[in-house]
Write a protein that binds this ligand. Structure first.
Ligand code: UD2
Length: 313
């Protein structure tokens, strides 16, 4: 993608800012809206092609104003309350962010469909819930277990149905566990690897919920950016949904061991009760994404090494 006008909701967050910083290298004009609940504008590399707006994707007036003013070529809808626990504690508030915002975008686009080349919506592996058959494929049963997962899946379906009904060019991603520089470790529901890095830096204790043998498909941010751009530009991906992962899984205990080898630091690990609703194993099948040209560059060892070189250099 180059010389285009691009809207990134949640663009000050971990994934959004990483995407923005890449797109800014190719003469794109990038407009970011973020409520700064988890993100920081400091994550973005200053550029005359970058406009940052502090605000919420639930603010229909603001969103309409931005959409009207810039007539985007691409929209990456990444804003979300990513905490599953928050969605259980505050379903109404998180529903507004994780679902209503999607409808605001779609309603505008139905009325003003002209320039848009693609709207990419970021969904989550959460839609598969505790489906036991691994790896999880796009065609696997959808078993959302939380308001978060329901909102992500509903948004996905609305986005996809607006493609069929109105020809709005849309695609969806289902992220597995994304990690890398700039992931905010400051919430209990921050990504596990960002918390691990924080504890190693400060030499504080790490809490593991359960026995640490639960496994996730941890995918490095650079591969996620590659996937997002590929999905936004491929013809085949119109109206489609894609897993974004590595196709392999690691346990938390394996990651702790690897991190200690990489940093030569040791921290105390406390094994506590399981987190309620925690999934045991999660791993993606990424053959659909590979079929449109995705070539992951980082397995867990390569990704962890790059991330740890950045954090501990
Ligand atoms: C990920 C997503 C979430 C949602 C979900 C769908 C992230 C950050 N979160 O949640 O938004 O899409 O997938 O299933 O990607 N853990 C510890 N100690 C800690 C923190 C975590 O033991 O201090 C455990 C946690 O209980 C879980 C594993 O580490 O078993 C991974 O936790 P996570 O919060 O990084 O990601 P996950 O898969 O729960």
């Amino acid at each position: 993608i180059h010389s285009s006008k691009i809207f990134i909701t949640g663009g000050a967050g971990f994934i959004g800012s990483s995407l923005a910083n890449v797109l800014l290298k190719y003469n794109n004009k990038v407009i970011v809206v973020d409520d700064l609940s988890m993100g920081r504008f400091e994550n973005l590399i200053p550029s005359t092609n970058l406009i940052t707006i502090k605000g919420s994707v639930t603010d229909k007036e603001l969103m309409t104003k931005i959409l009207k003013e810039y007539k985007f070529d691409y929209i990456f809808h990444l804003a979300a309350v990513a905490s599953v626990a928050a969605s259980i504690a505050k379903p109404l508030e998180t529903h507004e962010v994780n679902f209503d915002s999607t409808l605001i975008l779609l309603e505008y686009l139905v009325k003003h469909p002209k320039n848009l080349k693609r709207l990419v919506f970021s969904s989550s592996a959460a839609v598969y819930g505790n489906e036991k058959r691994l790896p999880k494929r796009e065609g696997s049963p959808i078993l959302p277990l939380t308001p978060y997962a329901i909102d992500k899946f509903s948004s996905e379906r609305w986005i996809t149905i607006y493609n069929t009904l109105y020809g709005i060019p849309t695609s969806c991603t289902r992220f597995f566990n994304v990690y890398g520089p700039k992931q905010n470790p400051n919430s209990p529901y921050s990504g596990f690897i960002s918390i691990l890095v924080d504890r190693l830096k400060n030499l504080t204790e790490l809490n593991i919920f359960g026995d640490g043998e639960q496994a996730r498909d941890f995918v490095y941010i650079e591969d996620v950016i590659q996937a997002l751009i590929l999905i936004a530009t491929s013809e085949e991906s119109l109206g489609e949904v894609y897993n974004v992962g590595t196709g392999s899984q690691s346990t938390l205990n394996e990651l702790i061991e690897l991190s200690q080898v990489l940093t030569q630091k040791n921290i105390k690990v406390n094994y506590l009760e399981n987190r309620e609703g925690d999934i045991r194993h999660s791993v993606s099948d990424i053959s659909k994404l590979k079929a449109i040209g995705y070539q992951p560059k980082f397995d867990i060892n390569q990704g962890m090494k790059k991330y740890f070189d950045y954090e501990f250099k």
